[in-house]
Design a protein around this ligand. Structure first.
Ligand code: PEP
Ligand code: MG
Length: 524
């Protein structure tokens, strides 16, 4: 049985299905309260041990999340009520579940986003201890498995060994989620938006994350066809790798700059700077994922990437929170978040938070070739206000004698008003087309909704015409234009983007080789 969804990270996986949502194994009750208490303490210790071992294998935001979970588990205030209930006769599993559920309900009822978002962390912690109590060794997915479920927690992604293959198939999920970004940068096949999976989540399955589908209990013919596609994909990837170290040039000899998109500073650790032309987009909202980072944290994150890139450009985007990227304590609850207070709108509404990022960027700028861009610009007034904040913070740093530099300031072109009337923006240093949002706003088709995925196409003439118009405007006015949306790394979209006049693309690191190979095939 084949179910279609949305590809979130290309590739193929064939293997046993692992049900992410199945309940933990039953707990064997003990004879006395003392034993129950010891069992709970041991399970908490075991969960902490697992997380601590994991912390050493990751860094950046992922490590922060795990350290936060460890700190919560080690906090007596969390285990206290459960231990007290054991004293009054409850078994360890029920005591822990009841205590955590009541804590979770408290967080869920909060009128502050920040605390509501913490409920997800608590659920993760609750289940980790319940699994440890049930000695659920089985909860580790077998190597090469296809992890299937409603959604997947970043910790689950990080603790899975992907070295022997495997993939992710989600009923909901989003191509823009943290895990989707991790999957793309590590080359793990992933499909989201599969809807209600009627099939029992057992047995073997085939995951086609190039087209976006999962096939349960496949027939021999389906297996055969799947293996041919998977091997053709592997061949294309193998062939593409030979392009990795070469500059990108089309068949007609046109040079194309190819930069990379990153989310975490640690993303650059796995990339050879010689294989790309710099960073075309660093999405800083991932630094803001859990808690609002202070100026020092941000400064060090930006500096790390700038130093890695040497004299190649690094385009850091100011925080694009909101839409499908909520940041607890910063973004607001909205009925239509993609059309709400996101990106530069939110930053301008919260200058206290924005100014911290601006200072970190101005200070980091002395360590490399920094460019800064603003997300979700719709009017020139927004650009002017953001540029004014940069000028004010620059004056402040100068007055304090702090080393800094004002980087060139550019904008994302992802709101149709800018693409249709770019003449209001002749004072920006550069344009970077965000094809993900530009497409969803032009087509009125959400980027994270499987039901309208067929409408969300960069190939539609309305989208391509706008892209071509922005490129032509930039050429006329001497303003550089690049594209950093996901279409830039999609071999199927690259010919049309080059046709529209683009010569500067920024792609997910895992797509770098394929993108260069597709460019080499292009006739422009
Ligand atoms: C885009 O919209 O194309 C883009 C690059 O930004 P994001 O995907 O982060 O919204
Ligand atoms: Mg965008």
């Amino acid at each position: 049985m084949r179910i279609d969804g949305i590809p979130a990270s290309p590739g193929y996986a064939e293997g046993p299905v692992f049900d992410l949502d199945r309940p933990p194994a039953a707990y064997q009750r003990k004879a006395t309260a003392t034993e129950e208490r010891a069992a709970l303490e041991a399970a908490i210790g075991k969960a902490v041990g697992r997380l601590a071992a994991l912390v050493h294998t990751v860094d950046g935001d992922a490590a922060d999340i795990l350290e936060f979970h460890i700190a919560m588990l080690e906090d007596d205030a969390l285990s206290g009520p459960a231990l007290a209930s054991i004293g009054s006769g409850q078994p360890a599993d029920a005591a822990w579940r009841t205590a955590l559920d009541s804590e979770i309900a408290g967080y869920e009822a909060s009128d502050q986003d920040y605390f509501r978002a913490r409920a997800a962390d608590l659920r993760d912690i609750r289940d980790q201890v319940l699994r440890a109590l049930g000695e659920d060794g089985e909860f580790t997915a077998p190597q090469g498995a296809i992890l299937c479920g409603e959604d997947i927690a970043p910790t689950r992604f990080l603790e899975t060994d992907w070295s022997k293959g495997g993939g992710i198939a989600l009923k909901s999920g989003s191509t823009a989620s943290h895990v989707a970004m991790l999957a793309r940068s590590r080359g793990v096949p992933m499909v989201v938006g599969l809807g209600a999976l009627a099939a029992p989540l057992t047995g073997a399955a085939l995951l086609d994350a190039e087209r976006g589908a999962i096939i349960f209990s496949p027939s021999p013919t389906e297996v055969e066809t799947f293996r041919q596609s998977a091997s053709a994909f592997a061949d294309r990837q193998g062939a593409a790798r030979t392009f990795l170290t070469e500059p990108a040039v089309t068949k007609a000899g046109t040079a194309v700059r190819v930069q990379v998109n990153i989310a975490y500073p640690s993303d650059v650790d796995g990339i050879d700077i010689a294989t790309c032309d710099g960073v075309g987009l660093m999405r800083t909202e991932f630094l803001f994922g859990k808690t609002l980072p202070d100026e020092e944290t941000q400064y060090h994150a930006y500096r790390k990437v700038l130093e890695w890139a040497g004299d190649k450009p690094v385009t850091i985007r100011t925080v694009d929170a909101g839409g499908d990227k909520p940041v607890p304590g910063f973004t607001v609850e909205e009925t239509n978040p993609f059309l709400g207070l996101r990106g530069i709108r939110l930053s301008l509404a919260r200058p206290d938070i924005f100014r911290v990022q601006i200072r970190a960027l101005l200070r980091a700028a002395i360590h490399g070739n920094l460019k800064v861009m603003f997300p979700m610009i719709a009017t020139s007034d927004e650009y002017s206000r953001a540029a004014t904040l940069f000028a004010e913070e620059q004056a402040g740093l100068a007055a304090q004698g702090v080393a800094h530099k004002l980087p060139p300031l550019g904008i994302m072109v992802e709101v149709p008003s800018v693409a249709l009337a770019p003449e209001a923006f002749t004072d920006v240093a550069f344009f970077s087309i965000g094809s993900n949002d530009l497409t969803q706003y032009v087509m009125a088709a959400a980027r994270d909704n499987a039901a309208v995925a067929h409408l969300n196409s960069v190939h539609h003439p309305a989208v391509l015409r706008l892209i071509a118009a922005v490129v032509a405007f930039g050429r006329d006015k001497g303003i550089p234009v690049s594209l950093c949306g996901d279409a830039g790394g999609d071999p199927a979209a690259i010919p049309a983007l080059l046709e529209a006049g683009l010569r500067d693309l920024s792609v997910a690191p895992a797509q770098l080789a394929m993108a260069k190979a597709a460019i080499a095939e292009a006739g422009v």
